[in-house]
Design a protein. Structure first.
Length: 331
């Protein structure tokens, strides 16, 4: 029997910022052997999906990445490799505009857009009727996942057994404000460089999207959401988008066993939000909260020595899903 792993943050990665940056800057791992597919959507657009194959009947994980994530994101590869290690299949959904090609329609993706995830879940459920399923989302993808589960309530695919959400920005307004303070602005600059470029490309196709000079002047995520995300996706402004898309109000409606893994030193979310999540989840027995003091944003790196890091988040997701699958096989 495998010994249970208790998370203990690596002593050699002090602070939430280093935990956040380590995976992107220093992690080395094998590239998961996936096959890319392009699925047409009902609105004339497309979704790219990177698929990890498995033996017939084995469980499958549907994975949702974070803001401006790609198949190369360290946490995405980590989750894909964890699935492969366990003999499971997996499907990494790439949100619109985050693949190799800009999507066809005017719209982008955003933290509250659940239609594409629901579309992918329904298709995978049909393709693998004999497989148990689970969903995992990281950061923005975790917010999308929790909001989707809250929207679905009891109307879940029959073989969906569990979910896991890592480093979720449960309150988008306060997360947006937090990332505009101190060293966290470093992450904002990284995101904004990519978002401005995509918005300019989109505006070249759809000139009424926004003036190019206004796009070039964007500096904060709230600015981007006021100019692009809000108006483009039917919100009044950034604050309306944040209020209607945050996953916090949906937690009480979730009816699926769900792991919430977050750290109090997450540099993209004020710690007081996690206290509110605890309160909101108190009366919902399907929510399993694991809030640790140290772990950064999608970090959770353990291990006694720097040359032998242990990436706890993906391991914990795998263990949680294994328990979910085992519970259903004995009932």
């Amino acid at each position: 029997m495998r010994k249970e792993v208790i998370y203990s943050p690596a002593w050699w990665i002090p602070g939430g910022h280093l935990q956040t940056l380590w995976g992107k800057l220093f992690r080395r791992q094998a590239i998961a052997q996936t096959v890319a597919e392009r699925w047409d959507t009902p609105d004339g657009d497309f979704l790219d999906v990177h698929r990890l194959q498995a033996e017939p009947g084995q469980p499958r994980m549907l994975l949702l990445h974070g803001l401006e994530g790609t198949v190369k994101s360290h946490y995405a590869q980590g989750l894909l490799n964890e699935a492969a290690r366990r003999g499971w299949g997996a499907d990494l959904l790439i949100f619109r505009s985050c693949g190799t090609d800009l999507n066809r329609t005017r719209r982008f993706y955003h933290s509250g857009e659940t239609g594409d995830a629901a579309f992918a879940l329904e298709r995978i459920s049909r393709e693998f009727p004999a497989s148990d399923l689970a969903m995992a989302g990281v950061s923005l993808g975790g917010n999308v996942l929790l909001k989707l589960l809250g929207e679905l309530g009891d109307r879940l695919p029959s073989r969906l057994r569990g979910a896991a959400a890592i480093s979720v920005p449960f309150d988008l307004a306060r997360s947006s404000a937090r990332i505009n303070r101190g060293f966290s602005r470093f992450y904002q600059r990284f995101f904004m460089s990519s978002l401005r470029r995509k918005a300019a490309e989109k505006a070249a196709r759809f000139p009424d999207l926004a003036p190019l000079e206004k796009i070039a002047a964007l500096r904060t995520l709230e600015d981007f959401d006021n100019l692009i995300t809000g108006p483009l996706h039917g919100f009044r402004d950034a604050q309306d988008y944040y209020e209607r898309s945050s996953s916090l109000p949906y937690l009480s409606r979730i009816r699926l066993r769900t792991l919430l893994l977050s750290a109090l030193d997450d540099p993209m979310l004020p710690p007081e939000v996690l206290a509110e999540v605890r309160e909101a989840a108190h009366c919902n027995p399907v929510l399993h909260l694991e809030f640790v003091d140290r772990g950064g944003h999608a970090g959770f790196i353990a291990g006694r020595w720097p040359w032998r890091p242990f990436y706890y988040a993906e391991y914990r997701v795998g263990e949680f899903f294994a328990t979910c699958f085992a519970r259903t096989s004995t009932t």
